[in-house]
Design a protein around this ligand. Structure first.
Ligand code: ZN
Length: 242
């Protein structure tokens, strides 16, 4: 099976459409949460995600905040403003959809969470030490995470005490080691100083993943954000990718 792995769309429809177009035909789509927050197109992004065949989608911290599962005070003032705006935009049906998303999904070979297997909605896997500790919190060979908006892989070799961090380039193909934590990066708000949308194609027959970046019309998204008076800092960061 060829599976499209995406995360952290953040209501950026232009980036999401670019990813779907670039990825082409796939057998399934797995989305690791944060469909909304920051960006100008929450309803449109949820609608497009919901149309995908063989979709598995889990919730992120921004999704959880919009449905009042977690307190808005956990976010900085600008993120809070965007979340309040998002909440006011969403249709009742799309709010209901966000409420239906699970925090964690466990398949035969893969565990899916937004942040980390230890704290699915919250924890950021930003270093090898934290990643290493998290290998004890899932049983499957592989775990997929988002949340940091950074495309990375952590490998834990058998009998090794510390995991290895890999930062793949565009079109890098990697074999999945017996224990791997994979982050596909962010579709709608990359933070690795590369503004292009990020995603991964996972081949579950060959156990190979391929990292991809795709450019999209950032200016068009920025214009829609300005129209809705969303924070200028969130508008600017899309251009540079931080
Ligand atoms: Zn996010």
């Amino acid at each position: 099976m060829k599976i499209l792995i995406i995360s952290d769309i953040h209501a950026n429809l232009t980036a999401l459409e670019a990813v779907f177009a670039n990825a082409g035909e796939v057998d399934a789509c797995w989305c690791l949460g944060d469909l909304v927050g920051y960006g100008p197109d929450p309803n449109e992004c949820i609608a497009l995600i919901r149309q995908q065949n063989n979709l598995i989608c889990i919730e992120g911290n921004h999704d959880a905040a919009v449905i009042e599962q977690i307190e808005l005070t956990a976010f900085n003032p600008e993120a809070r403003l965007a979340l309040n705006w998002t909440r006011a935009q969403l249709t009742a049906d799309n709010l209901q959809y966000l409420k239906s998303l699970p925090e964690r999904v466990e398949l035969d070979l893969v565990t899916l969470v937004h942040g980390s297997p230890r704290q699915p909605v919250w924890e950021y896997l930003l270093d090898t030490r934290t990643a290493t500790l998290n290998f004890s919190f899932f049983k499957t060979p592989y775990c997929l995470v988002g949340h940091t908006h950074l495309p990375v892989l952590y490998y834990l070799a058998e009998e090794s005490r510390m995991s290895t961090l890999i930062m793949p380039d565009n079109s890098t193909q990697l074999a999945l080691a017996p224990r791997t934590i994979l982050n596909p990066g962010s579709v709608g708000q990359p933070r690795d100083r590369d503004p292009r949308a990020s995603y991964v194609i996972l081949d579950t027959d060959l156990f190979i993943c391929e990292y991809h970046r795709v450019a999209y019309d950032v200016a068009a998204v920025q214009e829609r954000m300005r129209k809705h008076n969303l924070p200028e800092r969130h508008i600017q960061r899309l251009l540079i990718g931080w």
